[in-house]
Design a protein around this ligand. Structure first.
Ligand code: ATP
Length: 490
């Protein structure tokens, strides 16, 4: 990452905190690594992104329905899905103290030490090498990095390290208070993805909603991963939210549906007004053993091109695994006639195309795309910087700010009346304090697309000033038309 990119990323993080979008979790206790809370504007923006995705998936596709499955699931779910055996990150043990370390923690602690000694460049180089090696699963390289940096165990003081081994990313907890001799009997996991809640409900949904293949099931909800590289703000969190859709298709048609969803999902992103060149597809070469095809939609974040959404052709792997482990048939009876045989397609386990997007990552995308530091030249020739969040209108936390010019002369009453008229239809914000210019800037900083100022002329001719965020243009509009004009613009 260049210094310029790093500065932009840091500016966005600082802005998100200062203007009530994102706070570090339990900050008064110094925060919790890779866990974040959403503030007043952040929670609105997040909800708007979620609603927009939900509507585009379930309301605009009459063959997709939604569910809301529990976070806790029967532990065998995760055995069947492969997460118990394969969802892991690297760990290393010190042979003398027998203490086990996460490889990233060990290297990060050393990087901190370098930083304290003022060796900033070495710290930066170490963290970069670590990220590169982790991304490639290069355990030999990681162990070499530990040895080259002469990192020792805090307890034994030695560098007598074992080889690096994998560590599962799922959070485990205990369920209920059932007395059992086997400690594993009470184990449950916090789900690491929402997809399995969809798979185990495949037949419930198909039967109750009377769905016919091809059809999809959509879900949004929290997922938990004990992530190993967790230093990128809300890009990689330990508790995050996913928006997933599993689309069930007849075997043999998965290629065309994969292509369909790849294009549909890119269109969804582009429809928000983000320029095409900020996106690219990354087709997976190394596929998961069950996958037929897979790609990521990558966006150019300030930290570089990174995955925001995955589209995966998962074959019948998940449903077959659940059939195997639950011993309950996961078949669908297709009574459409196969033209080749002249008979119904009959029973089969459908194939699945998955679209999976991180809500928090999409939130970071919106912030990254929206954040702008604009230089403004004033009438007297002096320049000023305006920070404006150019958030798409449909996602903006507040749609309209209503601002009486002064706190007297009956202007607040007129403004309040407009507020009462508009607030049942879209989110409004009311403010009387400070000079009007300052109030406009605050609204720019939280991305409010429109401001209305009620002034003395309003009392004379019933018009107000309507100001647009991006262009800063202002025009006089009859007060009575504001609600409908904004509704039209939305
Ligand atoms: P990555 O390679 O970045 O770890 P992944 O390939 O493991 O992601 P998936 O399991 O395909 O991710 O999850 C689907 C989506 O969920 C991702 O595209 C991303 O937007 C989001 N996601 C995954 N892990 C995290 C996380 N730790 N924090 C925030 N979002 C995440």
């Amino acid at each position: 990452m260049s210094i310029q990119q790093e500065n932009r990323f840091q500016a966005i993080i600082a802005h998100a905190k200062e203007y009530g979008f994102v706070f570090p979790s339990s900050e008064i206790y110094d925060g919790l690594s890779a866990v974040y809370d959403y503030g007043p504007y952040g929670s609105e923006l997040k909800k708007n992104i979620r609603d927009h995705w939900w509507k585009s998936m379930t309301q605009l596709n009459d063959n997709i329905v939604g569910i809301d499955a529990a976070i806790f699931m029967h532990p065998t779910t995760w055995k069947a899905s492969g997460h118990v055996d394969n969802f892991s990150d690297p760990m290393i043990d010190n042979r003398d103290s027998k203490k086990r370390y996460r490889v990233d923690h060990l290297l990060e602690a050393h990087a901190d030490k370098l930083a304290h000694e003022g060796r900033k460049e070495e710290e930066f180089a170490l963290l970069k090498s670590m990220d590169d090696l982790l991304a490639k699963d290069d355990f030999t390289g990681l162990k070499q990095l530990i040895e080259d940096n002469k990192i020792t165990c805090a307890i034994s003081g030695t560098s007598n390290w074992t080889d690096i081994r994998q560590f599962n990313l799922m959070f485990k907890t205990e369920f209920g208070a059932i007395a059992s001799d086997n400690p594993n009997d009470n184990v449950v996991y916090l789900r690491p993805e929402t997809a399995q809640g969809i798979f185990v409900n495949f037949l419930n949904v198909q039967k109750t909603a009377r769905m016919k293949v091809p059809f999809g099931i959509a879900q949004t909800g929290k997922a938990f991963r004990n992530e190993i590289v967790a230093r990128q703000f809300i890009f990689r969190m330990r508790e995050f939210e996913q928006m997933e859709m599993q689309f069930f298709v007849r075997p043999g048609t998965e290629r065309e549906w994969y292509k369909h969803w790849k294009q549909q999902r890119l269109n969804w992103h582009l429809d928000l007004g983000t320029p095409t060149e900020k996106y690219r597809f990354h087709d997976h070469v190394k596929l998961a053993h069950y996958a037929k095809e897979a790609c990521d939609i990558e966006y150019e974040f300030p930290i570089g091109f990174k995955e925001v959404e995955g589209i995966h052709s998962r074959s019948d792997f998940d449903l077959s695994q659940h059939q195997l482990y639950s011993k309950k048939k996961q078949q669908y009876f297709d009574n459409d006639i196969d033209e080749k045989t002249g008979k119904p397609y009959g029973n089969y386990i459908p194939y699945v195309i998955e679209t999976s997007i991180g809500l928090d990552r999409m939130f970071l995308l919106v912030l990254s795309q929206a954040y702008d530091e604009e230089t403004i030249t004033k009438d007297d020739g002096a320049t000023d910087t305006r920070v404006v969040m150019r958030i798409p209108v449909k996602l903006a936390p507040n749609k309209l700010a209503i601002l009486p010019l002064v706190k007297k002369d009956g202007l607040p009453e007129l403004a309040r009346k407009l507020m009462d008229e508009c607030k049942p239809h879209f989110r409004c914000f009311y403010e009387e304090k400070d000079a009007i210019g300052k109030r406009y800037r605050r609204q720019d900083a939280i991305g409010t697309p429109f401001c209305v100022t009620v002034d003395h002329q309003t009392k004379e001719d019933g018009t107000v000033t309507l100001r647009e965020r991006d262009s800063m243009t202002q025009k006089r509009v009859p007060l009575s038309e504001i609600k409908n004009q904004i509704l039209n613009l939305l």
